[in-house]
Design a protein around this ligand. Sequence first.
Ligand code: HSE
Length: 404
Amino acid sequence: MTAYDRKQYIGLFGFGVVGESLYHVISNSPSSNADIIKICIKNPHKPRSLPPNMFCHEASQVISDPAINLVVELIDNAEEAFHIVCSALRAGKSVVSGNKKMLATHMDELVKLQEETGAALLYDASACGSIPVIRNLEEYYDTDLLLSITGILNGSSNYILSQAFHEQHSYEEALAKAQELGFAESNPALDVDGLDAVYKLTLLTLHGFGLLVDPDSIFRSGIRGIKPADIRFARERGYRIKPIAQARKFNGNKLALFVMPKLVTPDEYIYNVENEYNGVVIEGTYYDKQFMFGKGAGGFPTGSSVLSDIMARTHQYRYEYKKRRYLTPPAPDNDIQMEVYFSYRNPNDLQLMDFIEITEQYGSRDHYFVIGRVSLQKLFDISDSLSSSGIFLACIRLVDDQRT
Ligand code: HSE
């Protein structure tokens, strides 16, 4: 039997934006050697675009079906998804999933389960939509020369910032449009408060550095507090505002991890990454910087990435998590400093911050900002307060002398 004879008979969970797009993508890719034969859905009353006999409502109807050799999980609820994925792996069926929250919060158990059962779990679609970043980090960046992964990992936040910056749309209008276009999570707080990017950064850190971190240990600050004055500030100084996630080695084998907006200059690769596009800059000793760019959200881009994982199973590809075995993983550490732009409406909010050095300060009747140096640990300590109304925080740069 050649690898190509291994047809994938798919049991699909979920027929939302991505599930339906996957069906369309497979139907229009005649060489794909994969068929969706059953779709398990939650809501039996919702009108569907396929004949009723394609659908079922009990997970066991997919998991126990001997004709199905691959489960594709594309549902919203992370705990239900975890249950489905575990049941499928235990039944010896490999799984493709796009559920970043489920993956980032249960990865330890999922790696063990793959080892125990021999079944595989692939999830390139869970980070950066159509950009093949996980498989690349796993296979190509297979040494300890990797220094940093910096990316726009959330399409919705990038869309909102682009629309506010270039089209003068309000935050609320742009968020509503991101929801309408199917980019945003069903709970968009996950997008705009940075949690979605934290989950994705957890996955990139695992495959890039061989290190599994607790998503709750990553500092995050979202875009909810952005004000027209912040956009004016950025425009006047020649910046664009991008929602970034970063994992960066410093001081030898320490690793700083954070998710926050950044004021980006025209010489940075991600400066022109707009709307729902994502961009990832991979930096290493000897090879300097490389840049991957593509659509990070939306049904068809994500469905295409799911299909790529399905095809990878045709060739029996699996993640080996090799770096966890042979690299000394870097140690997560928040003892790094960065220059930030801290903007606020209530003058008392400045007390929250513990600036090591202030280089610029401005105040008017209803808008204040400070530019200065802070430690990542201090930001982590006050993260809850940073979500207060009117506060917007953006990284300008990491302090250079701490680079590896
Ligand atoms: N809500 C996510 C985003 C979808 O906006 O990036 C893709 O993971």
